[in-house]
Design a protein around this ligand. Sequence first.
Ligand code: HEM
Length: 413
Amino acid sequence: MVSTVAASDAQSELLDDFDLYAPPAEFYESPYPYYKALREFDPVHENADGSFYLTRYEDVRRVYRTKGMTSDKTEMFTKKYGPGPLLEQHTTSMLFSDPPYHTRIRNLLRHAFTPRALKQLEHRVVDLVDNLIGKCRARGEMDLVLDFAFPLPVEVICSMLGIDARERERLQEWSREILTPLEPTATPDMISHGNRAVEEFTAFLRDLLEEKREKIARGARAGDILEDLIDSQDSEDDPLTADELVQNCILLLNGGHETTTSLVSNGMKAMFDNPDQLRKLQNDPSLISGAIEEMLRFDSPLQIGNRGIAEPFELGGITLAPGTQVLTSIGGANHDPDAFDSPESFDITRKPNKHLAFAAGIHACIGAPLARMEGTIAIGKLVAAFPNIERAGPISRGGRARFRGLTGMPVSI
Ligand code: HEM
């Protein structure tokens, strides 16, 4: 009894002066002890700016599933970024918009993620993974993030959009600079880099779209999603404007790679920390899809979501008024003992596993089937190719709260 009380005190102490906008260094290393304390002692945590941070599964799920929420962040982003390209990007992308605009764009992009479309992409993913594994085998060494998890998703998304993979480095840099200001706190430097990145990315896409239009006019189609989007501009039924087209392509390119890189790197880190689970998968490759779901739950690539309250909303005895911002802790929800047995255990055979790594409701990740396919092929092939794979040096982290991932993880193969 005494030790339980001491443990509770230690946990609640973690919350003394807790500030999501300036968390302690340990939070970036592992936010899970903080989530546990928040769930137990302060599940509807009020931030200094009057927004609320929710860490319980049921609260987070309700926010995603409730109609009386808005994803439109025009007011918040105008205050945060001021006028400029970054504001234009984040307010035109469907991610930060509501129906009917959101529905219109989502319906256009949906075709890229049907089982048929993904089947066509599968052989490309297999080739890319085989190629990356072959290069590492030839070198005899590997940084799992830099040499494997990082290059794969951006090449896949480039393939899907018909973009030359040699543009990869530029795209990765722009993407990082556009996403970083979405962190709870954005410095003036982050904002100016973000503005410049949107400007350059926009100019790049406008040129690319022009080239594609010319090719379509000459009858030289490649069959990629950009062509479908260009076609939709000729439709009489509420066509996309040039800005809407470009800004949503940026969203697709950005959404599609960093998170998938983190699925592979966070997932493999969990495997190395739990070698019995790694062996289990190596002995029975049919466990791969359950393993991917557990990786998504255990150390989710996207840890925080945002919604605005549009209609009065009751949570834990508090009524949140319209205009209030809520931050959903996906990582907190995915470790809630009320939703998962032994949530701190990494168990690739966990069933059921209704994690919220892809959120839920109308904005649930449109790219989830692609991310699952990439994760399955990448991790399945990696652990089969290198039966003795293990960590061989310290990991490095990006140090961000919303996007949780690694920047380096040396392994021996
Ligand atoms: C493991 C990898 C991934 C994770 C964890 C992830 C996570 C998420 C989450 C949590 C959301 C909801 C955001 C919100 O409304 O607050 C989202 C939305 C979205 N994701 Fe993903 N994502 C992943 C991969 C992808 C891929 C591969 C693509 C595209 C190629 C993609 C494109 C998008 C887009 C376009 C949206 C906006 C959907 C909408 O507003 O209706 N994501 N993702």
